[in-house]
Each structure stands twice: as C-alpha cells, then as structure tokens.
Write a protein that binds this ligand. Structure first.
Ligand code: ADP
Ligand code: ZN
Length: 714
C-alpha cells in the first residue's frame, strides 16, 4: 500500500482515516466516507483501484470535472478514462473497447450513463471490483443538492450484488447520511467520519465599513494568489469584477445571469490560472476542484452557516494556509431579511430566518470561530485557543465602558423605548436627521452627547450590550430597543460595564505571516509549471500542486534522489518533469549562491534510481550491439511485445535508444498524427485506425518517443 502511494502519488503518509478506509475497500466491504473538502477522499478509491484486480467505477455528477480528474490520474501514470455525454459516439466506442481489453483501472462515469440498460449489461460483462459513489448526498432529497438521476443508483446492489460500494460525501447531516446508506443499500459497512475541522483555514470577520477599500488593501500583498470573492447580487459581482480589473487585477465575474459558455470559460480560465480572481454569486464553486485557492472572501453576508462553511471550504484544499474573510454589517442582514420576506411559503420563511439568526450570532460572538462552526456540525472543539481565527489571535481588549453604556441606555429611555439602534445613534451623534427634529428629540438631554465615537463604534457597543443582556431588541420587522432590570442597574445603581475596546483603525489587515520558503524561486517554478500545463492542455495543479513547489522552494533539490523526497513526486512525474524543474532550481541556486537544504524523509530504496531489471538491461545490451527488435526477440526466445515494452521503458528512462532505426520516418509521422488526434492512453483504437500495416510494437515505441520529447497533446 505504501509503495503504491509513493510510486503513483508521491506521498509518504496517509491523511487521517484514509488507510482504514482503503483497507475496507481492499477487503471488499461496503463503506461510507464522510470527509470535509480537502480531506483526501479521492485517494480512498484511487489507491484500492490500483491494488484490486479489475475495474473501479467512479460515479460522479460533475461531468465538467471528469476530464481534469482523469488527466490528473494519467499524469500520475494511472490508466483511467471517463465516459459521459461530452464524448462522441466513436470516442465512447473506443473507450469501451479499451475497457474490454482491461487496459483501464479507473472509469469515471455519470449516473445517467451508468443506468442505461445497455451500459449496465456491458459493465456486467467486465470485472468490476469497486463502485465509488462520489458526492453521494446527491441521492438524498434532504440534501442541498438532490439529483433525481442519483436515485437510480439503487440499481447497483441489485445488479452487482457482490461488488462493494464506497459512498463518499462532504456534506451529510445525520438525516442525509442515513438516507444515503438506505438508498444505496450499503450493508453492514463501516462508517468513517473525519473531523470537519479545516486546520489550515484562518477565519476572520471584519466589520464592513468601506469594503472596497478594505478589499484592495487585502489584495495588495497577494497579487499572485488565487481567490474567490462571493457577493450577494449579480450587480455587485459585475461592478466589483470590473473595478478590480481597472485596478490591474485579473478578475472575472461568475453568476447565473451569464450564459453557460461564458461561465464555463471564466471558470476554466480561473482553474488554468489565466486569472487570479473570480468574483461570484454563490452559484459558483460546485464542481471546481482547484486546490490552491488561497482566500475566500465574503464581500456580503452569506445566508446560512452551512452555506458559509461550504463556500469557505473551497479555500486551501491542498492543505496550505488560506484565509476565509467575511465582511459583516447589519445592513446586509436587513437586505437578506427583505428577501426572506418576499418568500411565499411560511415554513421556508421561518427556516431562512433561523439560518440567518444563527449566522449573525456566529459573526457577533466573541467566541472562537472554529469552535462555533464545528459545534454547528455537532463536533466539540475544546482547545482554548485554536491559533487560527481572529478571536483567538487578536483577543479584543476590554475597557470600562460604563459611561458609554449609560449614554446609550439613557438615550433609549428618553426616546421612549420606541426606536431602533440607528435612530438612537443618530440622537447620540446629534444628527440633523428630519425624523429626529420632528420627534423633538434634538432637545433631549442625550442629543449630541456621543461625538467621541463613530457610528460603527456605537453600533458595536449596542450590539454588545444586547448580547450581555443590558438592553433588548423587541419586535421582528422593525425591532426597537427596550430597557430591562439590568439596564436599571447601570443607569441607577452605577453597575460597571466592561465593553470591547473599539479598534482605532478598524480595517488594517496584517500582512501574510512569514511562511518560510523562497518566494522568488516559487514564482519561477510557477511560471514553468504554467508553461508545461498549457502545452499539455491541463490545469497547472495536475502537473504539480503548490505544496510540491513550496517544498522545492524550501529545500532546493539538486538531483533526482533529492527530488524524490518532494511530496507529490511520483515515478511518472519524476520522469516527465523532473529534469526541467531540476534545471531551473540548480541554475537558480548557482545564480544566487544558495546552499541546498536537504529534506530528510524516508523513501523506499526501490524508488531511488531503480537499477534496471536485468532482463531490460539484457535487451539494452543487445540493442547496443545493433540487433533489430525481431532479432533480439528471436535470440532471447521472448515475444516481440515483451521486447518492445523493454525498449519503451528504456526510451522513457532517457536511454539512448533511437526509434528511427526501428520505425520508418513516414510511418512515425502517421502514428504521431493519429496519437495526437485520438489521445495516447490506449493503443487499441489507434491500431484499429491505422490498420494492418502498423504493429502494436511500432505504435508503442513512437508513443514513448513522443512522451519522452514532451510533445504530448491530448
Ligand atoms: P476531497 O475530494 O476530499 O476534497 P481530494 O481528494 O481532492 O479531497 O484531496 C485534497 C488534496 O489533498 C489534494 O490536493 C490531494 O492531492 C491531497 N492529498 C490527498 N491525500 C494525501 C496524502 N495522503 N498526502 C498528501 N496529500 C494528499
Ligand atoms: Zn479560534
């Protein structure tokens, strides 16, 4: 298991629960996996797929994602493919043939396709060893993303009673969870629940005062990072995106008012890192799998804690530090209430109000954000300091706020306990507001006595007094401030009230805490990665994750065995990209006189400069004596296909084996052309297209040559 983990994925250890889950799958038992985004769900079925004999079928509703997922697997040297409605009939046929020929280990498929009777029959004719149902909450009407076509997955257990099913999700509430298990008829399988704590995410709530300015200030030191900014309305999305463009940022909008093509294109450009920023309504995110989103900003208030958790969850899937920032204002709260009021259904209305109240108290509270979030999902987090939220990192200073409290409460009294927060503040600040004059409140004793604080600071004080119980808000639609017994203690009996000291400069963002890696080199490697990704037509993260680049920019690997220590460096990636990255790093070190800092991590010997199996070596020796492929096969008494696979291996390893001496140039041309047209994963369709004049061996050698030269275009 560990060997496979290293060889294909380049990782040295498992994330929590992965190993146990994989063991269940290898033991051919049903299993239910509940893990937050970024928890590492895919590995739970991808690794067993490699170890089990037969095919693993992954059912996923996100057609747009399948190609990137498959490309990622192919980059790791794992034979995978997908079948969905984006492919032509001929392509599907070709892929089915390669499945029949057992050339593929992992098949991604949409539920609609899977349940087609004819396709089910086809699958029954193959050896399926595992079904993985991704996003399995889609099967439940109680979930937030019900998809009717998922309902039919009940069929799996009827048609494949002996094939184990792994159900995975990131969003199950207990009801949804039970529903998934019943619907899929998972029998007696274990349930694995990972913690929903996303340790690498920093949660921060900022009073929303001058949000555009606050935003620019935040972005100023993060120009190259990828991020998502969520807004409530299309209008804000559009104006914010174009504002940022004017400021020189590469930002694109995403909302339901754009055509599907524009949406797809903008999403694609974000994933491929042609732009850094997506400004979006909450419509955005389902179905994006970009691991290095470094910040998620809620420019406006989200509608519920669940939504907020899902949206912030899109940050930092790769496990690196990322920010989740929410700009909070009561004005936004009122806007959402206004929309809730428009709802017809009374029940829906009540649910929406409840969700909003929960969210607002999350924002107002002075309790660790992480603790509150996790409590919402029924998880107890009892460390006294989480180390990564604003409440824990910047504890608010308290001061004797008795006088401020008395001013507020006395003002509430003098306006007859008939007005709301903003009105009371208007009076305190001596506002020329007509309403104040009409009510003759400009003549009361408290008029204009509060000029030492700004409006937002008075708001914060009043909110805090409410939370502390010194005054209460009465009424739903136009709530008014009312006094109570505790108010009298303050007004009449001089009870001392401690309040949070207002921030002098309320919207300064701290510069990014110094992570220890070479930023210049990191940027250089990022450029190199982008060039390669564009050449291959895949997203940059498919080549290497930021985690790998950051490790390289910390340890400066100088040779192949150093490079193998880098997380994410599997065998195939080493072969394909190792040289280019090494060269960049070695040159950089020379130029800047940098000493490498070797990374000590245990790697199995087998991976470090594999000595060639002696049988491959024998083939190489004979080749060097100028024997042809046929002659080598004859001399060794081995099949031609075996010798060609030795030669393939030697070419990929960079040995001096020339394809020109074995395949005529014109033939090479045609083979390359066909490979470019049809993709390189499977040889059968290529062979069929080329016809009898071409052998598998020839195609295989030309393919190896192309891969070696890095001219692959899929
Ligand atoms: P999920 O589907 O649960 O959101 P993914 O499967 O996309 O999570 O994995 C999240 C990230 O963690 C990916 O970048 C993946 O490559 C990485 N990852 C998964 N397992 C490991 C591991 N054992 N070691 C290091 N990185 C891992
Ligand atoms: Zn905290």
């Amino acid at each position: 298991m560990y060997k496979t983990l290293q060889k294909y994925f380049g990782y040295t250890s498992f994330y929590p629960l992965q190993e146990d889950i994989i063991n269940e799958a290898l033991g051919q038992r049903d299993v239910f996996v509940l893990m937050p985004t970024g928890g590492g769900k895919s590995l739970c079925y991808q690794l067993p797929a490699l170890l089990l004999d037969g095919l693993t079928v992954v059912i996923s509703p996100l057609i747009a994602l399948m190609k990137d997922q498959v490309d990622g697997l192919l980059e790791n040297g794992i034979p995978a493919t997908f079948i969905n409605s984006s492919l032509s009939y001929n392509e599907i046929e070709a892929r089915r043939r390669s499945l029949s020929n057992k050339e593929t280990k992992i098949l991604y498929i949409s539920p609609e396709r899977l349940v087609m009777p004819e396709f089910l029959l086809f699958l029954q004719g193959l050896k399926v060893s595992l079904f993985a149902v991704d996003e399995s909450h889609c099967i439940s009407e109680w979930g937030h993303d019900f998809r009717p076509e998922y309902r039919q997955l009940k069929l799996l257990k009827e048609r494949f009673p002996r094939v184990p099913v792994m159900a995975l999700t990131a969003t199950a509430t207990p009801v949804v969870q039970a529903d998934i298990i019943t619907q899929l008829k998972l029998s007696g399988g274990k349930v694995f629940k990972a913690s929903f704590n996303r340790k690498n995410l920093y949660y921060q709530i900022k009073p929303k005062e001058n949000p555009y300015h606050q935003l620019l200030q935040y972005l100023d030191v993060r120009k190259k990072d990828s991020g998502i900014i969520y807004c409530q309305s299309r209008k804000t999305v559009e104006s914010l995106a174009s504002g940022l463009q004017t400021e020189g940022y590469r930002a694109l909008p995403y909302h339901a008012g754009l055509t599907a093509e524009v949406r797809t294109e903008n999403q694609e450009r974000f994933i491929r890192e042609d732009v850094e920023i997506i400004v979006a309504t909450i419509a955005f995110g389902m179905g994006i799998d970009k691991p290095n989103v470094r910040y998620v900003i809620h420019y406006d208030l989200p509608k519920s804690i669940e939504g907020y958790y899902q949206e912030t969850g899109r940050a930092g899937r790769d496990g690196l530090k990322s920010d989740c920032i929410l700009f909070f204002s009561y004005g936004d709260k009122r806007k959402i209430e206004y929309f809730i009021d428009q709802k017809e259904d009374e029940n829906e209305k009540q649910i929406a109000y409840k969700q909003l109240r929960e969210l607002v108290s999350y924002c107002e509270g002075n309790v660790c954000r992480r603790r509150l979030l996790l409590a919402y999902f029924g998880e107890i987090f009892d460390e006294s300091n989480c180390g990564s939220c604003d409440v824990c990192l910047e504890p608010k200073e308290r001061f004797d706020g008795t006088i401020a409290a008395q001013k507020i409460l006395s003002c509430v009294y003098r306006v007859g306990e008939r007005f709301g927060i903003n009105y009371v503040i208007d009076v305190l600040l001596g506002s020329k507001n007509q309403k104040v004059a009409q009510n003759q409140h400009d003549t009361t004793k408290t008029y204009g006595v509060g000029k030492e604080y700004r409006k937002s600071q008075w708001q914060a004080f009043i909110r805090e007094l409410i939370v502390l119980g010194y005054v209460r808000l009465d009424g739903d639609k136009y709530p008014v401030l009312k006094l109570n017994e505790k108010s009298r203690d303050v007004l009449l009996r001089n009870e001392i009230v401690f309040l949070t000291r207002p921030e002098e400069t309320p919207h300064i963002f701290k510069a990014e805490a110094g992570e220890d890696y070479d930023r210049t080199l990191f940027e250089q490697l990022r450029v190199l990665r982008k060039t390669m990704a564009d050449r291959e037509g895949v997203p940059p993260y498919v080549i290497f994750h930021d985690t790998s680049l950051k490790e390289m920019s910390t340890h400066y690997p100088q040779n192949v065995s150093d490079l193998l220590m880098i997380s994410g460096m599997g065998e195939r990636k080493l072969r394909r990209y190792g040289d280019a990255f090494l060269q960049e790093i070695v040159n950089y070190c020379k130029l800047h006189n940098i000493e490498p800092k070797p990374l000590l991590r245990k790697r199995p010997e087998s991976l470090i400069k594999q000595p060639k199996a002696s049988t491959v070596q024998t083939t190489l020796d004979l080749y060097k004596q100028c024997l042809t492929m046929h002659e080598i096969a004859k001399k060794r008494g081995l099949a031609l296909s075996t010798i060609s696979s030795h030669l393939e291996r030697l070419i990929l390893d960079g040995e001096d084996v020339s394809v020109d001496s074995m395949v005529e140039p014109e033939k090479q041309q045609r083979i390359m052309q066909t490979l470019k047209e049809m993709g390189m994963q499977t040889l059968t369709p290529i062979k069929e297209k080329l016809g009898d004049g071409y052998s598998y061996e020839e195609i295989r050698l030309v393919r190896a040559k192309m891969m070696r030269e890095g001219e692959k275009e899929m």
